[in-house]
Design a binder for this molecule. Structure first.
Ligand code: PMP
Length: 340
């Protein structure tokens, strides 16, 4: 490994980790791309860096400038990290429902945080729309300027995955990848990796794993945006076709419930040493479905987007799980039995 000249050069080049149980259960080779190993702790470091580099190249982001974004947390953490390293400032608008861990991390990284009520995209006070207006205001008020990262509709996001995530998966599987599964927040990951892999081999199957409460399963299955139910999973669950999703070559969609995803997530923590965030559980269930469809002997890759450390107060908190009527794994509340 060459020496990295700064933290930004440590973004990406994450390893593929073989998921033992999923591979054994399906007879396929199932790999998770360990995006939680990025310096900001999630896949969104890639989008943050791609958006910032694009804005610099277009000449709209100047030294000392402000980066404004509406984010469920991970993009904000990525942007704050990139901004700290490159001499920018960040203003982050976040729905107050997001985990305390992510909010604390953002403040620690020097981001100015604006917590707002979680309201739907159709509401003018939705966090995404509010962040866009705020960026416009700050751009007028500050000499160094301000930009709106606009991760949902700024295709520099998916370009980052076309340039890095997709080619890394192709190289690390030596071109043997048969299927790719991901859930969608902005769609940058799914669309970007899909475009990169299909350009190499159009036969590679691209699958969406959609949580309840999101509208994309219905869209890619029946052509209508329609949601049902809800999910505790953070960072994913989209209700519209973002610019990043437009023309994405998606072959198949699966709807995955929290009740299906949580036991898989708890199993990965207890038996494979992988403490992951909720979207990883949705994604791994998606790989099990695609493996069933493709049959044994295939290679399927998915995304392990962030770490469970980001959700200790929620996903890995028995009290929280109980309030949501979700399964609590026994080991999560077992007292220590070995005495010194
Ligand atoms: N998982 C987590 C934990 C995330 O924070 C995000 C992004 N918000 C995603 C998955 C989805 O990534 P993308 O925005 O590229 O669709």
């Amino acid at each position: 490994m060459p020496v990295r000249k700064n933290v930004i050069d440590a973004i990406g080049y994450t390893p593929l980790i073989r998921l033992q149980h999923a591979s054994k259960a399906t007879g396929c080779e199932i790999y998770g791309k360990a995006e939680f190993l990025n310096p900001g702790g999630s896949i969104k470091d890639r989008a943050a860096l791609a958006i910032v580099r694009d804005a610099e190249a277009r000449g709209v982001l100047k030294p000392g400038g402000i980066i404004v974004e509406g984010t469920a947390g991970n993009t904000g953490i990525g942007l704050a990290l990139v901004a700290d390293a490159l001499g920018y400032r960040t203003v982050i608008v976040i729905p107050e429902t997001q985990s305390q861990e992510k909010k604390d991390m953002l403040r620690l990284q020097g981001a100015q945080l604006l917590e707002v009520p979680a309201v739907p995209y159709s509401d003018p006070n939705n966090y995404v729309k509010l962040s866009g207006r705020l960026a416009g205001k700050l751009a007028r008020e500050h000499i160094q300027g301000a930009i709106w990262a606009n991760q949902f509709d700024n295709v520099a996001n998916r370009q980052g995955h076309i340039d890095t995530t997709g080619p890394e998966i192709w190289a690390d599987t030596e071109g043997k990848v048969d299927g790719f599964v991901a859930s969608v927040g902005t769609g940058g990951t799914l669309a970007g990796v899909a475009l990169a892999l299909k350009a190499k081999n159009p036969k590679i199957k691209i699958a969406l794993a959609d949580p309840l409460g999101a509208s994309l399963y219905e869209y890619y299955t029946n052509g209508v945006l329609k949601a049902e139910g809800s999910s505790i999973t953070e960072g994913i669950g989209q209700g519209r076709i973002t610019a990043n999703l437009e023309d994405a070559p998606i072959d198949i969609a699966y709807r995955v419930t929290d009740e299906e995803a949580l036991p898989v997530l708890f199993d990965l923590a207890a038996h494979e040493g992988l403490l992951l965030g909720g979207s990883s559980g949705i994604n791994v269930v998606g790989t099990l479905r695609l493996a069933k469809e493709l049959g044994p002997g295939h290679t399927i890759v998915t995304i392990l987007a962030d770490s469970g450390a980001r959700y200790l107060s929620k996903l890995y908190n028995p009290g929280f799980l109980r309030t949501k009527n979700l399964p609590v794994p026994p080991w999560l509340e077992q007292p220590v039995t070995i005495k010194p």
